[in-house]
Design a protein around this ligand. Sequence first.
Ligand code: 3PG
Ligand code: MN
Ligand code: MN
Length: 551
Amino acid sequence: MESLKKHPRFAGVEGPVVLVVMDGIGIGRQDEGNLVHRAKTPNIDWLAEHAIASQLKAHGTAVGLPTDGDMGNSEVGHNAIGAGRIFNQGAARINTAIEDGVLWDGEVWRELTGNVKERKSTLHFIGLFSDGNVHSHLDHLRAMLRRAKDEGVGTVRIHALLDGRDVPPTSALEYIDDFEGFLADLNAEHGVDYAIASGGGRMNITMDRYEADWDMVARGWKIHVRGEGRAFSSAREAVETFRGEKPGILDQDLPGFVIERDGAPVGPVRDGDSVILFNYRGDRAIELSRAFDEDPFDKFDRGPRPDVKFAGMMQYDGDLEIPKKFLVPPPHIDRTIGEYLSKTGVKQLALSETQKFGHVTYFFNGNRSGKFNPDYEDYVEIPSDRCPFEDKPEMKAKELTDKTVEAIESGRYRFIRLNYPNGDMVGHTGVFEAVIRGIEAVDEGVGRIMEAVKKTNGALIASADHGNSDDMAARDKKTGEILRDEHGRPRPKTAHSLNPVPVYVYDPSGQSNARLSGHPDLGISSLAATSLVLMGYEPPEDYTPSVVEVG
Ligand SMILES: O=C(O)[C@H](O)COP(=O)(O)O
Ligand SMILES: [Mn+2]
Ligand SMILES: [Mn+2]
């Protein structure tokens, strides 16, 4: 790989180029459900009016997802931003592997199904139980169950993590009923025994990320693997009971449950079983994978670890080889902006709080752990609070801004990137007042960064990885009208939006003579080239073009 070439007409702004990812802050229709619009954001508003402003696509094919009906997410968003190009992503790759049959011919699928056939043991599937298409898709699970049945696998157990975060907040029963119907057909026609064995809300058990709270994984392990937990005769009964006990609870927060048959758990994981984690996205799949794969292991007490064959849908971390076995290889993302800058000897800094730290480092660097060259890279992680996001929607915005301003003024870095998680993490709670406060905290941070950039003759690029808080109200599918609760308040939508995101390029000293490049239909993969031209480098030829022309 070559170093970057100097830009032919522009030597770069004097101070650092700062790329701010305002996570989950998109551009939506200006109504009651758009909390970005409702929040007081004097700094972002100023940028919209006075900086170079445009919109970028942040969903669907613009970020490597199968169709333009797929909402964007932080993983594919940060992949696209950091790679400067679009790579086919998890969902698209698995669809192809299933269509072409490559998945079934693969060594890992054959090993895991062969194992349970030979031992007459159980094949388990654990994963996010929805069609949100961010971490998983139920169509993949259905395809695998049909195939398992065709290949003569007799017993399958499903451990269902209820979503309500990438899909409507209380939609679990629709997915459960639909799936139970599918299972009933398989069982009746083919004499197999395929059943849901356990489950719980994804933000309560199993799907922690970035080691923010291993207790979640410990709870999930007990439920799925040991079959220990509150028992019910069906997943539907569990959900209905929990909802009755705590009205208003969202699916993502539901407690764990175990399904019993004849007084015993129907599907704990036992020696000789095979286990597939059918999530394809890495961040929230890594910890459970480690619990299955690692020995020794000190994150929580697993009790006796069953001796199983474990595989992930994908390899969630290629550098750390987590997990060891996987069904579909991940996209190989190379020549990211971070790698180019390191190669060119340009100093860079990445910052966020725990919740999005892996996004500005691992995902931004093309799913790569560690640094390209520690001499040229510094990473700062501010530990996230451990309370519900709606209780402290400002999160660590102030601390993150302090560190960023300090870094800008230090003169040590040429490129600084950071992520404010608020618009997204608080957006997922569906608590409107909190979301507004979270966005206002981001705006305050952006304002302080604008000042620091001005002081140092640097440049700011403010954008986002996908929308969320710009579209927070549930709507009637046909009319688009906002749906309301009994008090007339909009019912929340907790998932990401399909909206474009803003891009603001602010060069207070005017050195770059930046103006819109006028390329139509740009997506967030153009942010890498935009950062490079402001630093005075020519973007690599196959990068998505810059939002601005300079010089
Ligand atoms: O994992 C989550 O929290 C959501 O499914 C997606 O959110 P993110 O893509 O913004 O991380
Ligand atoms: Mn995000
Ligand atoms: Mn999100």
